[in-house]
Design a protein around this ligand. Structure first.
Ligand code: GLU
Length: 486
């Protein structure tokens, strides 16, 4: 089987979760079968399309690691790959349909069409174009031209035909042509509509499988009619289910960030994003859902793409991202953390190599507490702030206990005289403090934790103190002592 698949975004906004999932499924299908993955830009909606969106989409694809073999920027022997650069091609094919009587010019105005739709609705019929311009006489045609009307080209839909789609995901789906109505294939400005251009391109680019979102299923009969009009073989179709929010309504901004760029900016890792996206409609054979792109690619098939809607679960994405953050090498994680710390004014760029070593220690310490890299700012604030105070009531109450001043003093002395501060030595110091004051673990750890970090929860103290350093630790112990002694 020669596999040639495409991702065909309309550049009218950033790359959304749904679009990214379509791109990913096509990419995986191509890579699994050693086929070709093409990126074609469908920019025939001149008002809404723009190059900024196109660049954003391509950038997001690159960030996800989805490289394309042919398409915009890359080129290839089936180009051009931007529809506005293919207008002459569509014109030629539209002309062919006009000449064979399978399409015709329609001069109806917007008002006339609106009236027709109203009349049909009033009769309880499907609003559609009823073919008023199908058989225009020479005189009628001349009259319209004389009025200066600019015609569109409509495809003549056969009345009595059932279109059956053997969809690779949805199985058999059928549509009655009688409900379709002659649709526009070329607008009055000469620009083709999506349903026409997509067929010409998929045919000329020898696309073997059209894998796209379910919302295009209702376009498919319109496209099949055009294949049939030219006598072309159909590609295989696979319509991937909708993505719903957790409340089962269609995924929208209410359910969280919708574009890939937003997730990138929040500090999600591309490998987590890809892993998450593939699970929106596809399931692996085994139990383990945490998989590398390579592993997914080996297993990927359309047979395991499910018919039922996929549910976008942000908690799951956070969980997956946390898994990937924990596995990520610290130098890379530090590179990812730096822009956030810089932005927050905590780190000045460029950083010296000595400071970089310290930052890596900090990242290593905190990575278990992050769902995404932008959280490093809040998580690491206590290491940058000059003073900390108890953050909540629980923390304040801990500092009110009777033994606290003694614990703080003892700890301060020990840190002050320690020659080396690492996890081992700090562990030892903590034990000694408890022993010398005859206090159990919690009575030592909790006030020290609150004094040093302001918080009740967080990384182990013996890990925090070496990263914070002796000076800051001592200052905080002193501050806390003053507060509790007043
Ligand atoms: N340009 C269409 C879209 O962005 C592509 C649909 C298709 O894959 O045929 O939705």
């Amino acid at each position: 089987m020669t596999v040639r698949v495409r991702f065909a975004p309309s550049p009218t906004g950033p790359l959304h979760i749904g679009g990214a999932r379509s791109a990913l499924f096509n990419w995986l299908f191509a890579r699994h079968y050693g086929g070709t993955f093409i990126v074609r830009v469908e920019d025939t909606d001149l008002e809404r399309s723009n190059r900024v969106s196109e660049e954003n989409i391509l950038e997001s694809l690159r960030w996800l690691g989805l490289d394309w073999d042919e398409g915009v920027e890359t080129g290839g022997s089936f180009g051009p790959y931007r529809q506005t650069e293919r207008l002459e091609i569509y014109k030629k094919y539209a002309q062919e349909l006009l000449e064979s009587g399978k399409a015709y010019h329609c001069y109806c105005s917007e008002d006339e069409l609106a009236l027709e739709r109203e009349e049909l609705s009033a009769k309880g019929e499907l609003p559609r174009y009823m073919g008023r311009c199908r058989q225009l006489s020479v005189q009628e045609l001349a009259a319209f031209e004389a009025e200066g009307r600019k015609p569109v080209v409509r495809f003549l839909v056969p009345e009595e035909q059932t279109i059956i789609i053997n969809d690779l995901v949805r199985e058999e789906v059928s549509f009655e042509c009688s409900g379709i109505g002659d649709y526009i294939i070329v607008k009055s400005d000469g620009v083709p509509t999506y349903n026409f251009a997509v067929v010409i391109d998929d045919f000329l680019m020898e696309i073997s499988h059209v894998i796209r979102a379910e919302e295009h299923l209702s376009n498919t009969p319109r496209q099949i009619l055009i294949y049939q009009a030219f006598g072309w073989n159909l590609p295989e179709f696979a319509h991937v289910s909708l993505i719903l929010g957790k409340d089962r309504s269609k995924m929208s901004k209410r359910h969280g960030a919708t574009s890939i760029e937003q997730y990138m900016n929040l500090g999600y890792l591309p490998e987590a994003m890809v892993n998450f996206l593939v699970l929106l409609g596809w399931s692996p054979g085994g139990e383990d859902e945490v998989m590398t792109l390579q592993q997914i690619c080996e297993q990927f098939s359309l047979e395991r793409v499910v018919k039922s809607p996929a549910v976008f679960d942000l908690d799951k994405l956070n969980w997956l991202n946390a898994c990937y953050i924990r596995q990520c090498p610290v130098p890379r994680l530090t590179d990812l953390a730096l822009p956030y710390l810089h932005e927050a004014g905590m780190v000045k760029m460029p950083v010296s190599s000595e400071y970089r070593i310290w930052l890596e220690e900090l990242v290593l310490l905190l990575r278990d507490y992050l769902d995404n890299m932008s959280q490093i700012v809040d998580q690491s604030r206590m290491f940058f702030d000059s003073t900390v105070v108890p953050v909540d009531l629980e923390a304040k109450e801990i500092m009110g206990q009777i033994d606290v001043p003694a614990v703080l003093k003892k700890m301060e002395e020990k840190i002050d005289t320690a020659t080396l501060l690492n996890q081992e030595t700090v562990k030892k110091i903590l034990k000694e403090v408890g022993k010398e004051l005859d206090l159990g673990g919690k009575k030592v750890f909790m006030p020290l934790r609150v004094a040093i970090t302001g918080q009740v929860h967080g990384p182990d103290l013996h890990k925090v103190i070496p990263v914070l350093g002796a000076e800051k630790t001592i200052n905080r112990l002193k501050d806390a002592f003053i507060r509790v002694s007043n």
